[in-house]
Design a protein around this ligand. Structure first.
Ligand SMILES: C[S@@+](CC[C@H](N)C(=O)[O-])C[C@H]1O[C@@H](n2cnc3c(N)ncnc32)[C@H](O)[C@@H]1O
Length: 213
């Protein structure tokens, strides 16, 4: 079940500021050459993440799950001079594409790509994060949550992607491992008194989490 009807998705995209030519080229290459191109966030969610970085006045962004670099480049464009984005990736095939586009972007020098499992990379990074975008292996989300929550700046926000799992989180019965992990996290987040949660039906579900006052 696609959570949002395709014609609504199309309408939203038509009424979102289009991506620039570099991101358009990146999207074309990703769709032409990658096994799961739909992992790329795309224009609507890309602009959403960029706006989040902008309104948060973020100087430090952490991304978990680079893929070919679309969301990293979208967010980096909203960083102020001196701002930094750290992004974590395990696949050299994906990272090779991302690196090429980071090198061509005027914002690419703000991005550091860390190869290796995110749960090993995050503890090695210094400081606090203003925006964290979690978009990697779904079974890892609970661990990423506990790793990044103590590292969130006072006004920081975590955005979890794919929290609808194509609507499968609503299904009863036997769930696949990723959907079960996400469904359990969704239930846990809304009960967690440490945080305030806004569950958005953007694309495949984006859950925003910030610290409680
Ligand atoms: C959904 S894609 C990310 C999409 C990307 N944010 C974008 O907008 O184009 C998920 C990525 O996470 C990577 N990944 C999977 N497990 C990981 C892990 N344990 N640590 C870091 N990256 C991981 C995958 O190789 C894949 O490239």
């Amino acid at each position: 079940m696609a959570p949002i009807p395709p014609e609504i998705e199309r309408y939203a995209e038509e009424h979102t500021t289009p991506h620039d030519e570099l991101l358009a080229e990146l999207a074309r290459e990703t769709y032409a050459s990658m096994d799961c191109p739909q992992m790329l966030t795309g224009p609507v969610e890309g602009r959403f993440l960029q706006t989040l970085v902008h309104v948060a006045g973020a100087r430090r962004v952490l991304e978990i799950g680079t893929f070919t670099g679309y969301s990293a480049l979208s967010m980096a464009a909203a960083l102020p001079p001196g701002g930094r984005l750290d992004t974590c990736e395990v696949s050299e095939t994906h990272a090779e594409v991302a690196r090429r586009y980071f090198a061509r972007s005027p914002h690419g020098d703000r991005i550091t790509l860390h190869m290796g499992p995110a749960n090993e990379t995050i503890p090695r990074l210094d400081g606090e994060f203003d925006v964290v975008f979690v978009d990697a292996d779904k079974t890892g989300y609970p661990e990423y949550y506990e790793l990044v929550l103590p590292r969130l700046s006072a006004r920081g926000v975590i955005a979890f992607d794919n929290t609808l799992q194509d609507g499968r989180v609503l299904e009863g019965g036997e769930l696949d491992e990723s959907t079960r992990a996400i469904a359990e996290l969704n239930d846990r987040l809304v009960r967690d008194e440490r945080v305030v949660v806004a569950f958005l039906t953007v694309r495949d579900g984006v859950t925003l989490v910030r610290r409680s006052a």
